[in-house]
Design a binder for this molecule. Structure first.
Ligand SMILES: Nc1ncnc2c1ncn2[C@@H]1O[C@H](COP(=O)(O)OP(=O)(O)OP(=O)(O)O)[C@@H](O)[C@H]1O
Ligand SMILES: [Mg+2]
Length: 322
């Protein structure tokens, strides 16, 4: 991890909203979660299992922490890739205390055997573990503490139905409106002690791809730029210069996004291209294109998915024209 990435992570932790009142936007999800938490509190039981779905950086981890904090429960954190086997999951589950909140990030990446163990745990608060090996092996059933599972996924489509069905509640996070992002940036500037003008806020919000994580990062880049250049107050002009330097254009696209658009327009003649072909041409993983690059480009209408592949739209072509 580079120094910059490490500092970005620290910044993210420092700027993370601690409770629902600090959490900007996503009003529907916030209302739904408040209700789920309040109902559980009233009956003095664990809240239903909650699935948080949506693109990176929209607040899934933040919400998981808030759910635990608001329900005054202990949060235990793990993730799909960290749980290699059913055995790993069994030890996590059997270490739970009553009413803990267990957060499993990237839950779509659990192994099959762990997934199946999780079904039973979610439903009956039980795990079946194998004892012994070979012909003498048998399975014993252990009770575990009642808990609330909070799962997060950027790929809800990849979740098998039996797992999806076991969540009492699924929250789909949406990209944020510019006004919400302005509020995120304003709160963050206050926390960071940065002086920023109103039209600078909107200029940053516009380039933040509907994503609070990106909004905070762009604010940080701008702050560094302003501090080195001794600009004092951050004006719209300072934002524009800083974004120019860091290669973030007016629509919030970076060099890779623009490169992808140019590939589609020139190399592929604005015709549909299959994901894997595109990935090779761009030098990125197909997964990165699908989960990170493409959602925003589709959302702003620069590319579209057709049955024959990805295709640049007239708006996309207009965007890359000088
Ligand atoms: N609604 C919000 N209000 C204010 N800040 C937010 C909000 N949502 C996210 N953030 C900020 O964005 C950062 C990233 O959010 P978070 O880590 O929760 O995203 P995520 O959905 O878990 O992303 P990933 O899929 O990459 O794990 C947080 O640290 C926080 O500073
Ligand atoms: Mg997360």
């Amino acid at each position: 991890m580079s120094e910059l990435e490490r500092e970005d992570l620290e910044l993210e932790a420092a700027l993370r909203p601690r409770d629902l009142s600090e959490f900007v936007g996503q009003q529907r999800v916030v209302d739904q979660l408040s209700l789920v938490i309040a109902a559980a509190k009233k009956d003095n039981r664990s809240a239903d299992h909650i699935l948080l779905a949506g693109p990176p950086g929209l607040g899934k981890t933040t919400l998981a922490m808030i759910v635990a904090a608001e329900s005054e429960r202990t949060l235990k954190l793990s993730s799909g890739p960290a749980i290699q086997s059913a055995g790993d999951l069994a030890s996590i589950l059997s270490a739970l205390e009553p009413s803990d909140v267990l957060f499993i990030d990237e839950i779509h990446r659990l192994s099959r055997s762990a997934e199946e163990m999780l079904y039973l745990a979610m439903e009956d608060f039980r795990v079946d573990v194998m004892v012994g090996k070979g012909p003498g092996a048998s399975s014993i059933s252990l009770d575990i503490a009642p808990f609330t599972l909070v799962g997060a996924t950027t790929r809800s489509g990849m979740l098998p139905n039996p797992l999806r069905d076991r969540f009492g509640f699924t929250a789909f996070l949406e990209y944020y409106e510019p006004a919400d992002l302005e509020q995120v940036i304003q709160t963050s500037s206050r926390k960071l002690g940065v002086d920023i003008e109103g039209d600078a806020l909107s200029e940053l919000a516009k380039r933040s791809r509907g994503t609070p994580r990106i909004a905070n990062r762009l604010l940080r880049r701008t702050r560094d730029f302003a501090s080195v250049g001794e600009h004092g107050v951050i004006s719209r002009d300072v934002v524009i210069q800083a974004m120019e330097l860091f290669g973030v254009d007016q629509a919030g696209l970076d060099r890779v996004d623009n490169q992808l658009l140019r590939l589609l327009a020139t190399k592929f003649n604005s015709k549909p291209v299959g994901l894997s072909t595109l990935a090779v041409a761009l030098g990125e993983e197909p997964d990165t294109i699908e989960a990170v690059l493409e959602p925003y480009l589709i959302r702003v209408g620069f590319i579209q998915r057709t049955p024959r592949g990805r295709e640049i739209t007239p708006d996309g072509i207009a965007h890359i024209q000088p």
